[in-house]
Ligand binder design. Structure first.
Ligand code: NAG
Ligand code: NAG
Ligand code: NAG
Ligand code: NAG
Ligand code: NAG
Ligand code: NAG
Ligand code: NAG
Ligand code: NAG
Ligand code: NAG
Ligand code: NAG
Ligand code: NAG
Ligand code: NAG
Length: 853
């Protein structure tokens, strides 16, 4: 994507320049004598464009826009000609919103003198035709970031002058054809982010000029070839991360004299790592060594200390089977990034020792998941490295390390999941660039008042202090963090009222989570207008919902469950265009639902266990269009779960008769829970509009009339509970067709007639139908085998909750977390952090925050 930005801006500049020319010197292009282009080649180009479609809207700058029939095609944007022969030799159509296929008869193959073809960042699909191998003069071929699929044609091995072949980020599969071994001139080969499989493409062993090889993020298996160093003697960058390579990498790999960057992380490499013969005063150029998340075992090779030009090392999840001698890193004077998380080692790292022996250039240190010892008193390490990012999560710490007091360049600090008691030291908040702090899951009881009270800290944007033992009032010094984005202090014992200053955040706060504390009083009237998520559930809050909430146009999640809020239904929130989750459960809300058009994005509404009453308006559900069809929910492109940056919303919901904690809320999840109120009258037939609804709970009210047969339109329904009402008439036969309806409960009503058939009805427990006077039929006979015939009044059988099903449902709801979490984090990083923090010298894009919360 970085490439794309650069190219786009370049194109932009080019375009603007061209426009400038056109407007100011119209004669330049009009002069016929200037024509260079062969008409045949011009026609071929135009014909090629005719084979394609320019996708609209296009947020890029389609190069074709500056083309016209009557001007010299050699001057067209993206096209270059040989000045003597007037042949088109370069076609650069990168990032031009092109959609289509390259078919074997494409006019592009008439440009037989083409030396450079660039189609990066379009939307080409289908296979590459083997006729591409006819463009024998090609030296560079860029097809990356499209949707090409299928196998690589072996004819590409005919492009004997090719120096650069970039096929990354497509849908290619199969093996790398052995014919590519004939491309002796190849300097750069990139096939990352595809679905290539098979063993390491051994044929690459003949490409002695290769200096840049990227095969990462594919499905390659097997071992890395032992002779790789002799066959690729000019390798500078080698990326094989995110595959399934096994075995031990050949030690000679690390001694290729030209090698600068090597990434073997996220494979299943095993055995004992060796770095080969590194001569003492090393002339190794190796700058980055990424070996994390493999299965290496045995001691970390001491010879690592001879790789003196290393700036980045990742040995995470290394099983050292014994102690680690930290001093082996002390010779690496250029070391800036050191990832040593989750080592399996007998060593307890002494923080003083580490900070005194490490390179002064060190800025990122990840020791998470190791045993680390530290004392509270600030002992003296003279001239320690000044870290920018320090991860001490899950290190078994019992004291807050006093030695960090001088680390005043810190931006990212994670000390979560330790056993630290007592106060969070005030000096922490004096670090001027502090941006991200996670102190959650310890047993802190209070915050020491900052030594610089009142100082503005514009950098602080993320504070997570959940699951501690904090008591007293929410500290007001937090209000000095004037650019806070995320504040999560849930699961503590804070009491007192919500500090009014939390409303004063200039308009940055996106997430405020104070769930599960002991807060009392009313809700603050002024709440940051940029909030996306407000969760103050499980406190002792009273009064009404502040009407100012209606000004928070970005609000997506509002959860006030389990408080003592006494108000009427907040219809005035219906104008919030982004509101997706509304939870009012277990409060003292009362009064009727009055229909008001709105709530266009509402997907989850839980108003259960309140005192709502009256009849539901007939068009109650008529504007909840997000539950009609999720196709409209364009937000899903930003990850599958609700949340922002490092924060994931969570909630508890009744589903299929059990209370279920959603650790993350899937964006495709929809639910309505009106249970435990005093609603009466009919269930409106407009409910049938909610074709995307997954969970519907209307139980424990006083609904009368029939179950609307329109419910048969709710084809996604998984859980339906209408028990404990006064419903009469039949269960609509059409409900038997709802194929996902795994849980239903019709008990304790006045239903009569034939119970529908169908797989789902037949798998219900008998108790789902109990206490209805007139239900009958074969379905009931089958599910209530022991009773024969009619439903029984006094059924005592336990509801057979299908445990497996619940578990798999949870799995589905919280599945694929790691990938998504990383995605979200990356998004956050690129938005909020200063670019230089992520500049790994070698253009390596990699999340520096390796912990997944
Ligand atoms: C190019 O010429 C053809 C016919 O010669 C015409 O149909 C087409 O619209 C022209 N395209 C442009 C961009 O002028
Ligand atoms: C690519 O084209 C397909 C239609 O075939 C479309 O669905 C998809 O959104 C396009 N992708 C991009 C990134 O424009
Ligand atoms: C192009 O390549 C295809 C298959 O590789 C071949 O059959 C065809 O004859 C070639 N065409 C020309 C014009 O060289
Ligand atoms: C390959 O490059 C060499 C040297 O530039 C040149 O002489 C030769 O003609 C090229 N071959 C093809 C097929 O373009
Ligand atoms: C990519 O192509 C496949 C078919 O090969 C298609 O199913 C998929 O939707 C396409 N993806 C995009 C983003 O266009
Ligand atoms: C091009 O490659 C194909 C397939 O690898 C091969 O059959 C053909 O003979 C080659 N053509 C030339 C001109 O080398
Ligand atoms: C590599 O080149 C050698 C000779 O240079 C040749 O014998 C061998 O067959 C080639 N290997 C492959 C896989 O092309
Ligand atoms: C590495 O793992 C493979 C199985 O994946 C095993 O066969 C092999 O013995 C292991 N090698 C070492 C050195 O542990
Ligand atoms: C190691 O790095 C230094 C400066 O960072 C550079 O001058 C030196 O040439 C590098 N050594 C090698 C062998 O590249
Ligand atoms: C740590 O290493 C020991 C010995 O190799 C092994 O038995 C143990 O399972 C490893 N622990 C973890 C968490 O991998
Ligand atoms: C939390 O604090 C209370 C006193 O406020 C104390 O009784 C309790 O033991 C503490 N819990 C932990 C886990 O330290
Ligand atoms: C809610 O407040 C009203 C007065 O505004 C009061 O009559 C009612 O009893 C309260 N309900 C609850 C459950 O506290």
């Amino acid at each position: 994507m970085k490439h794309s930005m650069n190219s786009i801006s370049l194109i932009h500049i080019t375009l603007s320049f061209l426009l400038f020319l056109t407007f100011n010197f119209p004669d330049v292009f009009a002069a016929p004598s200037r024509h260079l282009c062969h008409p045949k080649q011009r026609d071929a180009i135009l014909e090629f464009m005719n084979e394609l479609e320019i996708q609209k809207p296009c947020d890029k700058f389609p190069k074709t826009e500056s083309w016209a029939n009557n001007s010299d095609c050699c001057s067209w944007d993206g096209i270059s000609c040989d000045t003597n022969l007037r042949d088109v030799i370069e076609l650069n159509l990168g990032y031009s919103c092109l959609h289509g296929q390259l078919n074997s008869k494409s006019a592009i193959f008439m440009l037989e003198n083409l030396r450079s073809l660039n189609l990066i960042g379009n939307n080409f699909s289908g296979e590459i035709p083997s006729s591409l191998g006819n463009l024998s003069h090609l030296t560079t071929l860029y097809l990356s970031s499209n949707n090409f699929s299928g196998k690589i044609p072996s004819s590409l091995g005919n492009l004997s002058n090719l120096t650069t072949l970039v096929l990354s980020d497509n849908n290619f599969d199969g093996e790398i054809p052995s014919s590519l071994g004939r491309l002796k001139q190849l300097v750069r080969l990139e096939v990352a982010y595809n679905k290539f499989s098979g063993n390491f493409p051994i044929i690459l062993g003949n490409l002695t000029n290769l200096s840049y090889l990227s095969i990462s993020n594919n499905h390659f298996v097997g071992t890395l070839p032992p002779n790789i160093s002799s066959s690729l003697p000019n390798l500078e960058g080698f990326y094989a991360n995110h595959n399934t390579f096994t075995g031990t990498p050949p030690s000679s790999l690390f001694t290729i004299p030209s090698l600068i960057f090597i990434d073997l992380a996220d494979n299943q490499l095993n055995g004992t790592l060796e770095f080969g013969n590194i001569s003492s005063s090393s002339n190794s150029k190796l700058g980055s060594l990424w070996l994390g998340n493999n299965n290496f075992s045995g001691p970390i090779p001491k010879s690592i200390s001879k790789l003196v030009n290393l700036t980045a090392i990742d040995l995470s999840h290394y099983n050292t089977q014994g102690p680690v001698d930290f001093s082996i890193f002390s010779h690496l004077k250029s070391l800036r990034f050191l990832y040593l998380s989750h080592l399996n080692t007998t060593t307890t790292f002494d923080l003083n020792a580490i900070l005194s022996c490490c390179s002064k250039s060190l800025v990122i240190l990840d020791l998470s998941g190791n045993h680390v010892s530290a004392t509270k008193k600030s002992s003296s390490v003279s001239d320690p490295p000044l870290l920018i990012e320090f991860n001490l999560s899950r290190c078994g710490l019992t004291e807050f390390p006093g030695i960090l007091r001088t680390q005043n360049e810190m931006r990212f600090f994670d000390i979560s999941n330790n056993k630290i008691k007592g106060q969070v030291p005030g000096w922490l908040w004096t670090f001027p660039d502090l941006t991200y702090v996670d102190i959650s899951r310890n047993t802190f009881t209070s915050f020491e008042i900052s030594t610089k009270p009142g100082a503005m800290q514009p950098s602080m944007s993320y504070l997570r202090g959940t699951n501690n033992n904090f008591t007293g009032e929410v500290p007001s010094f937090i209000c000095a963090f004037c650019s806070l984005l995320i504040l999560d202090l849930s699961n503590n014992k804070f009491n007192g009222s919500i500090p009014p200053c939390l409303g004063n955040f200039s308009s940055t706060l996106q997430v405020l989570n104070l769930r599960k504390n002991r807060l009392c009083g009313g809700l603050p009237e002024n709440i940051s207008a940029s909030l996306q998520s407000l969760d103050i559930g499980h406190n002792h809050l009273m009064g009404k919902l502040p009407r100012s909430l209606v000004r928070i146009s970005s609000l997506q999640v509002l959860n006030v469950e389990s408080n003592k809020i006494n108000d009427t239904f907040p219809f005035w929130l219906s104008s919030l265009q982004e509101l997706q989750v509304l939870v009012l459960r277990s409060n003292a809300f009362q009064g009727p639902m009055i229909h008001q058009a709105g709530f266009p994005k509402l997907r989850i509404i839980d108003i259960s266990s309140n005192h709502f009453s009256g009849t539901l308006p007939s068009d109650c559900f008529a504007t909840w269009t997000s539950m009609f069809s999720l196709g409209k929910n364009e937000d899903q492109s930003n990850g599958a779960y609700m949340g922002t940056g490092y924060y994931s919303d969570s909630m508890v919901l009744m589903n299929k008769g059990v209370e279920m904690e959603l650790v993350r809320i899937l964006k495709i999840y929809t639910a309505i829970d009106f249970s435990g109120n005093k609603f009466q009258g009919q269930i409106p037939t407009s409910i049938g509009l909610l074709k995307e609804l997954h969970v519907l709970n209307m139980s424990n009210n006083a609904f009368t009339g029939n179950i609307p047969s329109s419910m048969a339109n709710m084809v996604e329904l998984e859980s339906l509970d209408v028990s404990l009402n006064k419903l009469s008439g039949d269960i609509p036969q059409e409900l038997g067709k709802l194929s996902y309806l795994a849980y239903m409960n019709f008990s304790y009503n006045q239903l009569v007639g034939l119970v529908p058939g169908g797989t789902q009805f037949l798998t219900q427990p008998c108790s789902s139908f109990e206490d209805n006077p007139g239900l009958y039929g074969p379905t009931l006979d089958q599910v209530c085998v022991d009773i024969h015939g009619k439903t029984h009044q006094s059924l005592t059988s336990e509801p057979e909750e299908d445990e497996e099903e619940v578990i798999s449902w949870i799995a589905a709801a919280i599945g694929f977390i790691p990938g998504i979490a990383i995605g979200l984090m990356m998004g956050y990083i690129f938005v909020c952090y200063k670019p230089e923090l992520f500049n790994f010298g070698q253009n390596k894009r990699r999340s520096i925050f390796t912990t997944i919360h």
